[in-house]
Design a protein around this ligand. Structure first.
Ligand code: PMT
Length: 223
């Protein structure tokens, strides 16, 4: 019985892409509609959790009235919002597709076209997950990994490296999985390195099953 089984739990979810400005009219971004993250926020709110959703620029709305939504644009803004919200949360799920690089300099006026090629120097953005992994006390921290090659091996390594309690591996090269669509196919990997494969289902159904996995692991951890 799932009804209200997350009452009293504080959940923080990040969703959507980030946008890194080049000049006032151009930007770099990642593919992500926000659907997976919003589904997680909604599934948790429906089960009675107190949910905060940090959303990059997306065109969808959170349906559940109790979700507290914080809108951000860039990786730096998402980093600040997640760090500010982190301390009192029980479960933190990072499904956002954060840009790994941003232009080193943001031009204040529109860049003029040149003859031939041009070069934009990029710098790394803040690694939000790594920082939260370092700060972690009692939070159950879950990362996502969008991969196309050897996703499970990659996920196992990333979970350890970033000090995560679990990682959700999303093989975005599979039909019916990944960006923009209404369905997904993922694998959930926990600290014991058990790999739970969730078959193709709507993002909402996947979200419900991921929350089941997380709650089970939290229960096992507390024994
Ligand atoms: O939004 P949808 O259209 O529904 O698509 C869903 C999704 C495919 C975007 C989602 O299921 C997913 O896989 N999200 C993670 C996408 C991603 O950027 O993966 P990554 O392997 O690049 O990043 C790994 C993890 O590090 C993620 O938890 C990410 O939030 C985090 N990260 C990445 C870069 C960075 N600078 N800071 C981070 O915290």
């Amino acid at each position: 019985q799932r009804t209200l089984d997350m009452q009293g739990k504080k959940v923080l979810v990040s969703a959507g892409p980030t946008k890194e400005m080049i000049d006032p009219v151009r930007f770099f971004t990642n593919r992500s509609s926000g659907k997976m993250g919003f589904a997680l926020a909604e599934a948790a709110a429906e089960r009675g959790a107190d949910v905060t959703l940090v959303a990059g620029p997306v065109s969808i709305e959170a349906q559940h009235p109790s979700i507290k939504r914080i809108d951000v644009v860039s990786a730096k803004e998402m980093y600040d919002a997640m760090n500010e919200q982190f301390a009192d949360k029980d479960i933190v799920i990072k499904s956002a597709a954060v840009a790994d690089y941003r232009p080193k300099e943001v031009q204040t006026s529109k860049m003029k076209k040149k003859e031939g090629d041009d070069v934009i120097t990029l710098e790394r953005t803040e690694d939000i997950l790594k920082k939260l992994g370092e700060r972690k006390e009692n939070q159950f921290l879950v990362g996502f990994a969008a991969e196309t090659d050897t996703p499970i091996e990659y996920g196992l390594g990333k979970r350890k490296k970033k000090n995560l309690d679990a990682i959700v591996v999303n093989d975005v090269s599979r039909e019916g999985a990944g960006f923009e669509g209404d369905t997904n196919i993922v694998s959930y990997i926990n600290k014991a390195e058990s790999v739970i494969e969730l078959k193709q289902a709507t993002k909402k159904q996947i979200a419900v099953q991921l929350l089941d996995c997380i709650l089970q692991d939290m229960k096992d951890d507390s024994i």
